[in-house]
Write a protein that binds this ligand. Sequence first.
Ligand SMILES: Nc1nc2c(ncn2[C@@H]2O[C@H](COP(=O)(O)OP(=O)(O)OP(=O)(O)O)[C@@H](O)[C@H]2O)c(=O)[nH]1
Ligand SMILES: [Mg+2]
Length: 235
Amino acid sequence: MAEVTLSAAPTGDGQERPSRLMRNPRTWLAIVQIMLHKLCCWWTLAKPVEWRTARVACLGLDGAGKTSVASCVEGVKPSVQHEPTSGFNCRNARVAPHWQLDLWDLGGSALIRQYWSRYLTADTKILLFVVDAADRARFAEARAALDGALAATDELPALLVLANKQDLPGAATTAEVSDALGIAAGASATRAAVLPISCARAAAAGADAQSASGLSDVLAWVSSALQSISHVDDE
Ligand SMILES: Nc1nc2c(ncn2[C@@H]2O[C@H](COP(=O)(O)OP(=O)(O)OP(=O)(O)O)[C@@H](O)[C@H]2O)c(=O)[nH]1
Ligand SMILES: [Mg+2]
């Protein structure tokens, strides 16, 4: 195969003159374009990411899996044992491209539920409501708890119900959970969705917390909801 050289071509009179390739203006245009592209890439990588903070509340009945979900979002392997949260945990997690979550994981016992409204402050951007999808007997109780939480917030920007424990036999589908909790019918949040997740399965299998089944879709939804909420807030 012929080799193309960009160097100056020797002339018969001993002087060097630029090769045909180098005399072509298109060659120079291509070189300038490549250099500009490299400069842009370097600038994008070198620019520090500005993390934007968003408050997210994680609610649901006792044992639904809130602490497990919060651990997975944070990238920490959840405990397989149920250690009831006696108050709240505040966790920090980063979600691409630039969201720093203040994730409030509250206890779900009947006693602590009375205090949920205190943590649903006006700057709460997303309510993550975790449901044990395999515990159909408590769907009505979960719906009442969710309705109570929604009634305590004036304008909740986004609600994401997580149909957790999808690995358990007989777990309800997202459509069933949505129906049982009346999401389509009466959710007061502007954006509402139900997504499946199984966050403790990864821990039980000894895998990485981030590999929890359904987690990537949850993080993508959270990121996209925050993006659109922030556009509205910035207007
Ligand atoms: N099989 C299965 N078990 C899960 C899953 N997620 C959580 N669990 C288990 O459910 C139990 C309760 O989980 P937690 O995360 O502590 O529940 P919680 O909602 O924080 O409970 P409270 O703090 O009491 O309100 C634990 O034994 C978890 O291992 C899941 O996806 N699949
Ligand atoms: Mg907990």
